[in-house]
Design a protein around this ligand. Structure first.
Ligand SMILES: CC(C)(COP(=O)(O)OP(=O)(O)OC[C@H]1O[C@@H](n2cnc3c(N)ncnc32)[C@H](O)[C@@H]1OP(=O)(O)O)[C@@H](O)C(=O)NCCC(=O)NCCS
Length: 158
């Protein structure tokens, strides 16, 4: 992986990661429900049904701090959902979780990581930018429904 694209990696990776199973769904929903851009229960069920990677990040004491969902198409890894428990924001868990997913993608021979993010989601845009993602384009009215707005389509070369 071209690590020069990924800035400011913490040297201590004090997290435990594993793939989620359906038994984790209640805990995932507890974090998911803290935010506006929330996924429905059914949407997560689709992830499990289709065996799409859903990575969980735990603290050393076993507390679930966040999750990330991505899927691979051709040589692209698409991050479609990430959330960190509000109580644990600003402690580099988001950065570490993305880094872990990028390593998985790289090991699966993906060449790019891609994602969409709401243009006014400053923490998320800040996180992706800090990790070296670049804005490819702005997608007007990408989000519709309960939450509306434009998206940035962002890319990182792995
Ligand atoms: C986006 C999110 C995952 C960030 O997680 P986090 O663990 O708090 O982020 P980190 O502590 O790893 O921050 C890493 C970098 O991201 C950026 N960042 C994080 N929070 C930020 C904020 N509130 N404003 C601006 N930049 C921010 C900073 O560059 C930060 O680096 P620094 O700490 O050296 O300044 C978290 O805010 C979240 O769960 N949001 C709700 C769900 C969501 O919006 N998901 C994204 C959908 S596209």
């Amino acid at each position: 992986m071209n690590t020069s694209n990924m800035h400011h990696m913490p040297s201590e990776l004090g997290c435990i990661y594993r793939n989620a199973t359906i038994e984790d769904l209640d805990d995932i929903m507890t974090i998911n429900d803290q935010f506006d851009l929330k996924w429905t229960h059914d949407k997560f069920m689709e992830v499990f049904d289709n065996k799409i990677p859903l990575i969980l990040a735990f603290k050393q004491d076993g507390t679930l701090v966040g999750y990330l969902v991505y899927f691979c198409v051709l040589d692209e890894g698409r991050i479609i959902n990430i959330a960190i428990d509000k109580e644990h924001h600003g402690k580099s868990y988001g950065r570490r979780l993305i880094h872990y997913s990028l390593e998985e993608m790289y090991n699966m021979n993906m060449h790019y990581a891609l994602l969409d993010v709401k243009t006014d989601n400053f923490p998320a845009v800040g996180l992706y930018t800090a990790m070296g993602f670049q804005i490819l384009c702005r997608r007007p009215n990408y989000y519709t429904g309960d939450v509306e707005g434009d998206a940035y389509f962002m890319q990182l070369r792995l």
